[in-house]
Design a binder for this molecule. Structure first.
Ligand code: TYM
Length: 343
């Protein structure tokens, strides 16, 4: 089977990078794969979250999934903490993975900074929980932005080490695939013109929830006016757009805005340059602003409506969690016996 899993943290406002790098790409996968889209609230608390904010942000991610076009009847939408098997498998993976693997994660090093003795233990173990998210469902494909690449490589390492450490038991319990493995080696899906959306203020910095400048990112809850203003004020160099896509090299701000246009219009950067090459920012920015407003405006409105309708959103999460739990428990029945836990 082809199964897709991906997750988004409910910490801070969702932004254009989350939408183009992840959520927008989740939608068409529903037609070709079994899809599971998670709101990873247990990952969010690796950094302290105000409980009311966490509840609101959890509903906001779920609302974004639905507003973007994910059908909660076809795909599974749920929040991680409702399916305790995530924590259970993460513990086993904590005992498979090596501390050195965790210490090498660039996201951990960035988040921990110089103060790595005084961050939560959960922040270090974060990738174990992420591997558990994916492997609990034996997902084969994981659509994410470029910044998750290293975490997905670690997921593959954990799967391979588990398969190897327990090879004899997997065979004895007769729960392996034809090749003797239990967990699949997952493929990352990192593709398209928007795998790494950059800040609107600085083309060398990733657009992120934690940038102190609100002008650096477009929030999915920004209104039409705010979206257009942020695009028109975005930092650029003074040159017109290049005549060829190769001309974007060494021009990070131009490359970023062309990539955003391409992703929002389902085109390649080459196609966008074919239309706008040689034109100035006075032409391109208003066109991009109109496009962004036409896509994000209606979606943001639907999100704002859904977030208020907590009964509907909570029912979607509860229903999704029930379906996810059934799949997760089937995996854990095998995992417990592979490891040697008596039930
Ligand atoms: P998170 O919550 O930081 O981001 C959610 C998704 O948005 C992508 N993304 C971006 N894409 C392009 N440009 C950007 N500037 C940008 N910023 C964020 C991320 O790559 C991600 O796809 N560890 C994950 C959550 C997670 C997960 C998982 C993902 C937990 N378990 C299992 C996949 C599978 C994270 O922190 O994403």
């Amino acid at each position: 089977t082809n199964r897709v899993f991906s997750g988004i943290q409910p910490s801070g406002d969702l932004h254009l990078g989350n939408y183009l790098g992840a959520i927008r790409r989740f939608v068409p996968l529903q037609d070709t794969h079994d899809c599971i889209y998670c709101v990873v609230d247990m990952h969010a608390i690796t950094v302290w979250q105000d409980p009311d904010d966490l509840r609101r942000a959890t509903r906001e991610v779920a609302a974004a999934y639905v507003a973007a076009g994910i059908d909660p009847k076809r795909a599974i939408i749920f929040n991680q903490s409702q399916v305790m098997q995530h924590a259970e498998l993460a513990w086993i993976f904590n005992c498979v993975a090596r501390i050195g693997w965790m210490n090498r994660m660039t996201q951990f090093k960035d988040k921990a900074g110089k103060n790595s003795e005084n961050v939560s233990l959960g922040l270090l173990a974060y990738p174990s929980l992420m591997a558990a998210d994916i492997l609990l469902y034996k997902a084969t494909h994981v659509p994410v932005g470029d910044d998750q690449k290293q975490h997905l490589e670690l997921t593959r390492d954990i799967a391979a080490k588990f398969n190897n450490d327990y090879a004899a038991s997997i065979a004895a319990q007769n729960v392996g695939q034809d090749d003797g493995s239990f967990f699949p080696i997952t493929e990352p899906l990192i593709a398209g013109p928007a795998t790494r959306i950059m800040s609107l203020r600085d083309g060398t910095k990733k657009m992120s929830k934690s940038d102190p400048s609100d002008q650096s990112r477009i929030s999915l809850l920004d209104n039409a006016d705010g979206i257009a203003k942020k695009i028109k004020k975005a930092t650029t160099d003074p040159e017109p757009l290049p005549e060829t896509v190769e001309g974007l090299a060494g021009r990070p701000e131009a490359d970023n805005l062309v990539g955003i246009y391409a992703a929002l219009s389902d085109q390649s950067k080459t196609q966008v340059i074919a239309e706008f090459g040689g034109k100035g920012w006075g032409t391109f920015k208003p066109a991009l602003a109109d496009l962004a407003v036409s896509v994000l405006g209606p979606m943001g409105e639907e999100m704002r409506r859904l977030v208020e309708d907590t009964t509907t959103i909570d029912a979607i999460l509860r229903d999704g969690a029930e379906r996810a739990r059934a799949l997760a428990e089937a995996t854990m029945v095998d995992v417990r016996s592979i490891v040697g836990f008596i039930r």
